[in-house]
Design a protein around this ligand. Structure first.
Ligand SMILES: [Zn+2]
Length: 377
């Protein structure tokens, strides 16, 4: 409790003053909410595992310690994120600003040091830090990562054949997600999204995509989000799609929303943002679900994945309207077709992009054959 208050005070979110002791008072809760908002976390005012990790990481301010690539347990923290964002701004490839000082960050630091005439040891001490500071904000808004990710996609060409897509049905095991009793029936988010994931797997596989699900229909326990992200990374996935349904005490809450990585202050995975936009628009156009738009979040699932990654909340299980649609297998097929169309559009060059709702997903099989012929040239 004291530690939480200390971190919040250090971030100027909580007034320093006579300690209120170990009490989690209204001021602390307000500060926690503000902190969660600033970090793109779910805002509930409570310090759960993910908020605690973010708070723990936040105690490190850039420059307070020397940063280096530690093995096997890499350094993590808010200072690492600041450094990564700074390097991204000035054009060095650290991948995503994920607050983890890994090999790629170390390489980017070494490259920076070489170009600045410093010893390229890949660690960031007072000298490197000082050079970075003196450099000022020379290059801002160029979003080099955006250009790199887009380049990688452009070079890959428009075909889906041979790509790896990881589909992540949310929850599972001891965690059913949103549960809604319905007469003798009981709808659970974990089961519904697994059904969706299987349908999506079938459609994508038919289009020549390698597909991996993060879990089976009845796992023993619920896989943490960080491990789901790790799985996608280890497979070198091209796209990551996490499927959820939403829930709310108010039965009138309804609609679809899609989330991508971003801090809300300009740092964003632009390809993730683009994929989120496509998924959201295709679903709204093809299913008529209410448009709850796309949003930037720093959830571990989105932060730790190294490829365009989105989490889609495909309607509210607690809304009679949405639920009535979701329990219909034909509706779930339309949802899945919308996601396939979005993934396909991800690989069309922007100038060859097509209107939302216009891709005939059933024709993608034919495109597979055509793609193979083109590829053989
Ligand atoms: Zn969920």
């Amino acid at each position: 409790m004291r530690e939480i208050r200390a971190v919040l005070t250090g971030l100027d979110l909580l007034a320093a003053g006579p300690s209120a002791g170990d009490e989690f008072d209204a001021d602390t809760e307000r500060a926690v909410r503000a902190f969660q908002q600033s970090r793109g976390l779910s805002v509930d005012g409570r310090v759960g595992a993910e908020t605690w990790r973010a708070l723990d990481a936040a105690r490190w301010r850039l420059g307070a310690r020397t940063l280096y690539h530690a093995v096997p347990e890499p350094l993590t923290g808010e200072d690492v994120r600041s450094l990564q964002e700074r390097l991204l701004e000035i054009g060095y490839d650290v991948g995503r600003a994920d607050a983890v000082y890994g090999v790629r960050t170390s390489r980017a630091v070494a490259q920076f040091q070489r170009e600045m005439g410093l010893k390229p040891d890949g660690s960031c001490g007072p000298q490197t830090m000082g050079t970075l500071r003196r450099l000022g904000r020379k290059v801002v808004g160029g979003r080099p990562q955006w250009l790199r990710e887009s380049d990688a996609i452009r070079q890959a060409g428009p075909t889906l054949v041979g790509r790896t897509v990881v589909i992540d049905p949310g929850h599972g095991g001891t965690d059913p997600g949103v549960v809604v009793p319905d007469g003798p029936l009981r709808w659970t988010e974990a089961d519904l999204v697994h059904d969706l994931a299987s349908r999506l797997e079938g459609r994508l596989a038919a289009a020549g995509v390698r597909v991996q699900l993060t879990r089976g229909p009845t796992p023993q326990s619920c896989l943490p989000d960080a491990e789901r992200a790790q799985l996608a990374n280890s497979l070198g996935a091209d796209v990551f799609i996490s499927l959820h349904t939403d829930g709310h005490a108010n039965p009138e809450a309804e609609g679809v929303a899609t989330y991508h990585y971003g801090t809300g202050n300009g740092v964003t995975s632009a390809t993730g943002e683009r994929l989120a936009g496509l998924v959201q628009r295709e679903i709204v156009a093809r299913t008529g679900l209410r448009d709850c738009r796309t949003h930037a979040k720093t959830w571990e699932l989105l932060r730790l994945t190294r490829m365009p990654a989105v989490r889609v909340e495909v309607g509210y299980l607690t809304s009679p309207t949405d639920r009535g649609r979701l329990v219909d297998p034909r509706f779930r097929d339309r949802l899945v077709e919308a996601i396939v169309a979005a993934v396909q559009r991800m690989y069309f060059p922007i100038e060859r992009d097509v209107p939302t709702g216009s891709i005939d997903v059933s024709a993608l099989r034919a495109a597979v054959a055509a793609g193979r012929r083109v590829g053989a040239n």
